[in-house]
Write a protein that binds this ligand. Structure first.
Ligand SMILES: [Mn+2]
Length: 413
């Protein structure tokens, strides 16, 4: 499984559904008597989860420990604090998780050590994901030959998008080529892409993204409706994978078409579009579409929510992004994720950013550069060292992209 994002969502109800999805996935794994569990990053939504969320996770992980089921993990981009610390370390020290990312760097070459699962004689390796896809540097120094030469069954955990397998929806997302991964492993457990996908290419078989265990924002709720994980069986050289969907609360989409509707009449519209739809214990997304004769702020959402909750809805979320007001102007997005919002702003202004010689596509370049510049000072790091390191990284990044001269021309610092 991957991208659990425990503790995510602002609404208590949705956060609870996310945790319940995790608990259910673990219960199923115990019932199925699995040998071990792999989590390919973003177990928690933040590197500093609340005590309640950590307690719920610890309780479930302890159940696994009692059953002798080991949980192997890598960090995802969400598991690291700005100073590079990871909450997973706490769980590892408590014996509830095993991080598989240990390695040794010698003369610029990284040798991964991996962890052996004794019961199945499987070697498990992995490289964590970093914010802004900075893990690419790790892959660049990875000694792949040595990993490929190792005998026996091998599994690789990663938390990155793969260029060859990226769908159009993830066009702008930073990604790496599949050739960054060592060849010939029996299973590649992927995370980071919240959409489910099974892939293979040449010597890379069973490259699997289980997707988020539970959707992480309104867009994911709308497109995926739910999440799940993979149950994988390997015997006599044959690998069988089964997707196990997890449904705690069904997602119901209620589309309300507006035809120059007055805000006062919206409730009636909602009633009419409901028809015989069953809302029992479901997450209802009311998507308003069309022209509104008035302001969005005049819509009584509270009343609409209460009405739908009365019909059995567990929670009501609204999507007003497709409403056009009287002047038929588009409403600017407001319920997107921080990353998407940033990306949108950059995309909107990209024509003003003249990067003629840049090796990368403008939006990806700006996003990564912003990430690089937003690195925070590490604990104990001297201010001068910090400044120099950010400066050096920036110069290196610019020169890698053929842009150093451009910048020297326009600035003296
Ligand atoms: Mn994620």
């Amino acid at each position: 499984m991957a991208d659990l994002h425990l503790g995510g969502w602002r609404e208590d109800t949705l956060r609870e559904v996310g945790i319940k999805a995790f608990e259910k996935a673990i219960d199923i794994s115990i019932d199925e008597n699995v040998d071990f569990i792999l989590i390919s990053g973003d177990l928690f939504d933040s590197s500093n989860p609340t005590i309640d969320v950590m307690a719920r996770a610890a309780k479930k992980l302890y159940e696994l420990k009692l059953k002798g089921i080991i949980v192997y993990v890598i960090e995802g981009s969400h598991d690291f604090s700005p100073t590079g610390r990871t909450i997973l370390k706490v769980f590892q020290e408590a014996g509830l998780l095993k991080r598989v990312t240990s390695g040794e760097e010698k003369e610029g070459k990284l040798t991964l050590k991996g962890v052996l699962n004794e019961k199945t004689k499987t070697n498990i390796y992995g490289i964590p994901g970093l914010r802004g896809s900075l893990e690419k540097a790790t892959y660049n120094s990875l000694n792949r030959d040595e990993l490929e030469k190792q005998e026996g069954k091998k599994i690789f955990l990663f938390h990155s998008a793969i260029e060859e397998f990226k769908s159009n929806d993830f066009y702008h997302m930073e990604s790496m080529p599949i050739s960054f991964l060592p060849k010939g492993f029996i299973y590649y457990a992927g995370g980071h892409i919240h959409e489910r996908g099974e892939f293979e290419l040449g010597e890379y078989k069973n490259v699997v993204f289980p997707g988020a265990l539970f959707p992480n924002n309104i867009d994911e709720l709308l497109s995926f409706r739910g999440g799940g994980f993979y149950l994988v069986e390997h015997s006599d050289g044959l690998l069988n994978k089964t997707y196990i969907p997890i449904t705690i609360a069904p997602v119901v989409l209620l589309e309300v078409k507006l035809e120059c509707t007055n805000p006062i009449n919206i409730e009636e519209k909602v009633r009419n579009s409901l028809d015989k739809t069953c809302l029992k214990d479901s997450i209802v997304i009311v998507k308003f579409k069309g022209k509104l004769d008035g302001n969005i702020s005049d819509i009584n959402f509270k009343k609409i929510s209460l009405f739908l909750e009365d019909k059995g809805a567990l929670l009501v979320k609204r999507d007003t992004r497709d409403i056009k007001t009287k002047e038929f102007k588009e409403i600017k997005n407001s319920s997107m994720t921080k990353e998407k919002l940033e990306e949108e702003v950059i995309t909107r202004h990209k024509d003003q950013i003249l990067l003629k010689e840049c090796r990368m596509e403008t939006v990806s370049f700006v996003k990564s550069f912003m990430n690089l510049l937003s690195r925070e000072k590490k604990e104990g790091e001297k201010k001068e060292d910090y400044t120099n390191s950010v400066l050096n990284d920036s110069i290196e990044y610019l020169s890698k992209n053929n842009l150093l001269e451009d910048f020297n021309e326009t600035s003296n610092t």
